[in-house]
Design a protein around this ligand. Structure first.
Ligand code: HEC
Length: 108
């Protein structure tokens, strides 16, 4: 009986744990193409039309990327760029840009 309970607990925990915890080191490598517009570390965009990513909340960044993928957020440039990203790529990129410092002001 306790074996069954243990299995049930493992099943519940694995269902509620986020699929990917972002790895910012992996994210840095994946972010090379992003810096063409969003600037070094995502903190110095080449033009004001490109948002600052550095220092933004990690869950905001991953949510935004998933919304470009699903079409919930519509932007021709970003839609093309995120099309081939896996869930792991999204998490790694969000972890990397969130870890960078910038002048961006966010709520604690
Ligand atoms: C060709 C230029 C360009 C490149 C390259 C680019 N982006 Fe963007 N990005 C944009 C533009 C333009 C927007 C604003 C789109 C909008 O208005 O929704 C944006 C918006 C975003 C946002 C939403 C930011 C916010 O504050 O809501 C995220 C997150 C993002 N980009 C991540 C990335 C990542 C990750 C990469 C690399 C895989 C990348 N971008 C590459 C142009 C670019």
């Amino acid at each position: 009986m306790s074996f069954i309970k243990t299995l049930a607990i493992i099943a519940i925990v694995s269902l509620t744990t986020p699929v990917w915890a972002g790895d910012k080191t992996a994210g840095e490598e994946k972010a090379v193409s992003c810096t063409a517009c969003h600037g070094a570390g995502g903190g110095a965009p080449i033009s004001p039309q490109y948002p600052i990513l550095a220092g933004q909340h990690e869950n905001y960044l991953s949510q935004a990327l998933m919304q470009y993928q699903s079409g919930e957020r519509k932007n021709m440039i970003m839609a093309g760029l995120v099309a081939a990203l896996s869930a792991e790529d999204v998490a790694d990129l969000a972890a990397y840009f969130a870890s960078q410092s910038s002048a961006l002001r966010t709520l604690d």
